[in-house]
Design a binder for this molecule. Structure first.
Ligand code: HEC
Length: 136
């Protein structure tokens, strides 16, 4: 009799594993995003830049934060490029406020009060500006 009762462990463990694996394609947590790699060249706004904004920026930059009007919710390209003061100077990452904020050259560094983006991601953002800051 006792053997026929399913013990919670026998189905809960596999169930949790299935749920955990099944959620892999969901919105990445900020921690998981540290594994996201930009390529060395041919950086894409849609495939790389917007993904960074989605994972690390839009919880504040969504149009309703009391301290900033910068809205990076997809599609963000025109909102980013038309923002005043200008945040992106084409082919000039060193003088682009967007890059300066990510690098911490201008404080507060972005993302605010959070782990900085990785060196690969910062280089990727610089590369996107160097390659013309296009909506590709
Ligand atoms: C926890 C909230 C928060 C997160 C996350 C965050 N920001 Fe910000 N951001 C702010 C606030 C608040 C300001 C305005 C504060 C200031 O300039 O002193 C700001 C300002 C900026 C500015 C300057 C805009 C201007 O008006 O001059 C840029 C550029 C920027 N953020 C980019 C980013 C990027 C890119 C990310 C993601 C990598 C990011 N931020 C993540 C809160 C955040």
């Amino acid at each position: 009799m006792g053997n026929r009762i399913l013990r919670p462990k026998t189905f809960l463990v596999p169930l949790i594993l299935i749920l955990a694996l099944g959620c892999k394609d969901e919105f990445p947590s900020e921690q998981d995003f540290s594994n996201f790699l930009f390529p060395d060249s041919s950086v894409s706004y849609g495939l790389h830049v917007q993904k960074l904004f989605d994972a690390r920026c839009i919880r504040c930059h969504n149009g309703s934060h009391p301290q900033t009007d910068l809205d990076l919710i997809s599609p963000s390209y025109n909102k980013l490029m038309n923002y005043q003061p200008r945040l992106v100077l084409t082919r000039d990452p060193d003088n682009s406020i967007l890059i300066q904020r990510l690098a911490g050259v201008i404080t507060p560094r972005m993302p605010l009060n959070a782990t900085p983006i990785t060196e690969n991601q910062l280089n990727g953002m610089r590369q996107w500006v160097l390659e013309g800051a296009v909506n590709n």
